[in-house]
Write a protein that binds this ligand. Structure first.
Ligand code: DON
Length: 593
């Protein structure tokens, strides 16, 4: 028996009894995947790749299989929250919002109420949507607010009360649920509320992450929650967050107003005032998430749906993929020739990103031109297949983490790709006492000193300078790829500052060009080029010595510093879905059903 999913918005029009009956039926037996989903995707057979000797992963690892739906996210509890909602008859949008709220409880380093994000939705009926719930600069923000008396950037855009933009996550998640979800907000928030109220067992990933940021966190009110008695909550102990539970209960009952106008807004503004921040209740009252036209592109017959500005993610990725598409076939995966072309394509796309893109409310963003196939041909013509070109100016090596991506699909073929963040780990470190959440340090994604690198080494121009009401340019790249028959093939995105764009693109290239399974596409070694610094960044043992040598001889600088990018992906396979959490980091999980 099949329990059809209600059309978007339909659930609210049904009576409670009908809802309960539908939920009961759905809980007894999950919705069967549609006929199209049980077909194999319209792609060639997968090929097992060769990875360099010494690379930390071997090819051929298994993915999680789900016949009906799948969630891949940074914590098992959040993935399970999404599956719980789908098992109860919710669609992928309901599940994605449940995952977002559950991450705010179980993944405080990046999951959030005090940050922002971007979400791309593709519905089974073919409609696509994109919502921008990026933070905005407070009304009192000024161009030079982060510079010292000598005009040098300070760390005030990264740590402490001044670093935060006005948060967008609650508005964004609630808005998408209202438009494309089928469940009431209270039901979708319920798993997160349970986790905050009843607590959950701390795992070693959370413990390690808290310890890693302990110096920053010790300065603010969150220390009492996450460092009781002075040390990070221990693995195996139960973390209960009563203040966060109170906040979630208020949002569940009253929606976004509770956050942007009620006591939560008052607590946030009071903490800002106490600590010398500038976000006011007026800033919060004025915040709006923005629906955007999703960015549509194509790559070798596959359709791409991505995020337009205020994220640079879709534009930069599509621009580079268009350049790579000008080569009838790409060189083999592990070769120096492939890595060279990849680096050259992204070098060019990042120059455009850093000099031309910003919040579309503040500059004319030439997205159509940058993502046109004609422009890609002119860029490709400037690539020498044997020599590295030079980026116009140098910059420093980036550092700092953390963001989080999650991918969700349901049995009807609806798909949601979401990336959300506080910017650096635990954002600004500022924690709103009484309301129980961390604040972002997204102001550092504005060019606090145009021409000088930000926390990620990104050197951006005037167009992204600090201004009140402006959304900081982002690299977040939630993406959905359709196979040549028009069915969802991949739901993918990442954390990792600018490596988000290259990391997401590499999973797509590994699947489309190198014909890898999703598991291989995710474990394959990654590289990164962002124009400045003018070098290829790579993972330890990700290149064979011979390949590294060839790249150096072509004129590339190389540097490596640990893992690149945290990706969470889902791919359609015959009869269902494969889900793969980021294999480089602990704690993430793909959960299917
Ligand atoms: O929006 C952006 O591009 C950054 N705020 C993302 C930060 C990030 O990915 C941190 N690391 N994992």
């Amino acid at each position: 028996m099949t329990v059809p999913l209600p059309a978007p918005g339909a659930a609210r029009r049904l009576g409670t009894a009908a809802l309960l009956a539908a939920a009961f039926l759905a809980a007894c037996r999950p919705a069967a995947p549609s006929a199209t989903l049980s077909r194999a995707p319209a792609i060639p057979e997968r090929v097992t790749p060769a990875f360099p000797d010494g690379w930390r992963f071997t090819p051929g690892r298994a993915a999680t299989f789900g016949e009906h739906g799948m969630v891949s996210s940074a914590t098992r509890l959040a993935s399970e929250a999404g599956v719980e909602i789908m098992r109860n008859g919710g669609n992928a949008v309901d599940a994605a919002v449940a995952v977002g709220y559950a991450l705010a409880v179980t993944y405080p380093v990046a999951g959030n109420l005090g940050g922002g994000g971007f979400m791309v939705v593709r519905l089974a009926d073919g409609r696509a949507a994109a919502i921008d719930y990026r933070e905005i600069a407070p009304l009192a923000a000024t161009r030079n607010m982060y510079l010292d008396e000598r005009g040098q950037p300070t760390d005030r855009s990264r740590v402490g009360h001044l670093a935060s933009g006005v948060p967008g996550s609650v508005a964004g998640m609630n808005e998408v649920l209202a438009r494309y979800g089928t469940k009431p907000l209270a039901e979708v928030i319920a798993p997160a509320l349970r986790l905050a109220e009843q607590g959950f067992a701390v795992d070693s990933a959370l413990w390690r992450s808290l310890r890693g940021d302990s110096a920053k966190l010790a300065r603010f009110a969150g220390a009492a929650v996450f460092f009781p008695n002075g040390s990070a909550v221990a693995p195996g102990s139960r973390l209960v967050q009563p203040a966060l539970a109170r906040t979630l209960r208020a949002i569940a009952a009253e929606g976004s107003r509770a956050f942007y106008e009620g006591w939560i807004a008052d607590s946030l503004a009071a903490e800002m005032q106490r600590g010398g921040g500038i976000i006011t209740t007026e800033d919060l009252r004025r915040y709006r998430a923005e629906w955007r036209q999703p960015l549509h592109g194509t790559y070798r017959g596959y359709a791409l749906i991505g995020m337009p500005p205020a994220s640079s993610g879709g534009t930069t990725m599509f621009e580079a993929l268009n350049v790579l598409e000008t080569y009838p076939t790409l060189p083999p995966f592990g070769s120096a020739a492939y890595k060279h072309l990849f680096a050259e394509a992204f070098r060019r796309a990042f120059v455009d990103r850093n000099t031309k893109l910003c919040d579309p409310a503040f500059c004319d963003v030439p997205v159509a031109q940058l993502t046109s196939k004609a422009y890609a041909r002119t860029l490709a013509a400037s690539i020498d297949r044997d020599r590295a070109s030079r980026s116009p100016a140098p910059a420093e090596v980036p550092s700092g983490l953390h963001t989080t991506h999650y991918s969700v699909v349901d049995g009807a073929g609806n798909a949601v790709s979401t990336t959300t963040t506080l910017n650096l780990g635990y954002g600004s470190g500022v924690y709103i006492p009484g309301a129980g959440f961390f604040m972002n340090d997204e102001m550092d994604d504005l060019a606090v000193a145009p021409g000088k690198p930000n926390a990620f080494g990104l050197v951006e121009g005037e167009q992204n300078a600090v201004a009140p009401g402006k959304r900081p340019l982002s690299s977040m790249s939630p993406t959905i790829v359709l196979d040549p028959s028009g069915q969802v093939l991949l739901v993918v995105g990442a954390a990792g500052g600018p490596t988000i764009i290259t990391g997401t693109a590499q999973v797509i290239l590994n699947v489309v060009d190198h014909r890898m399974s999703l598991a291989d596409a995710m474990t394959a070694p990654r590289l990164h080029h962002q124009a400045w610094p003018d070098s290829i960044r790579h993972e330890p043992n990700g290149f064979t010595p011979a390949v590294a040598d060839s790249l150096r001889r072509m004129g590339h600088g190389l540097y490596g510093a640990g893992s690149l990018t945290t990706v969470h992906g889902i791919m359609r396979v015959r009869g269902g879905w494969h889900g793969v959490p980021e294999p480089r980091s602990a704690g993430g999980a793909a959960v299917g059903y």
